[in-house]
Design a protein around this ligand. Sequence first.
Ligand SMILES: CC(C)(COP(=O)(O)OP(=O)(O)OC[C@H]1O[C@@H](n2cnc3c(N)ncnc32)[C@H](O)[C@@H]1OP(=O)(O)O)[C@@H](O)C(=O)NCCC(=O)NCCS
Length: 151
Amino acid sequence: MQIRRMTEKDLDQVLIIEQQIFPDPWSRKSFEYEVTQNAFGIPLLLEKAGDIIGYAIVWRVYEEFHIANFAIKPEYQGKKIGTQFLESILSLRGSCKFALLEVRESNDRAIGLYEKFGFKTILKRPRYYRNGETALVMQKIFSETPQTVNK
Ligand SMILES: CC(C)(COP(=O)(O)OP(=O)(O)OC[C@H]1O[C@@H](n2cnc3c(N)ncnc32)[C@H](O)[C@@H]1OP(=O)(O)O)[C@@H](O)C(=O)NCCC(=O)NCCS
């Protein structure tokens, strides 16, 4: 498996996965902004033999490492690929002091994964999602800076 930066050329495939997976999928415009403009953004793709099997959008904003979008293609879920990908993503934290993300309260698998990495729920945002669901805001405080930082 390989991780590389997402580009505009990848967006057709990314959007197919995004729409398959999420009830409130990000728009093409949102992804376009991430790959072309967001100076704080790191848009990432996970590939296997040239196929996209996952992606993530993270924002490194001063002390905060925000995981804004994170997905594994449905047929590859539940095979520990998300675990490996999240580990690689977190190694890009640079000098950030903590990671932060929002997750649906019902998303047991994602919550289980984040808890495995030491994320804790620090607050809840009721009716955060369009269907009225509550978001958990989860945080992981970094105790040390990684040795290698690749962007
Ligand atoms: C969430 C997601 C990224 C996880 O990736 P994955 O490759 O499926 O996850 P893994 O196989 O690495 O499993 C990771 C951990 O999830 C947890 N987990 C899995 N199923 C679980 C369940 N039913 N309940 C609780 N925890 C569960 C376990 O801790 C597991 O680790 P373990 O097997 O070592 O115990 C992926 O399932 C996905 O893309 N889901 C849809 C999109 C999404 O929800 N993204 C996150 C938005 S915040």
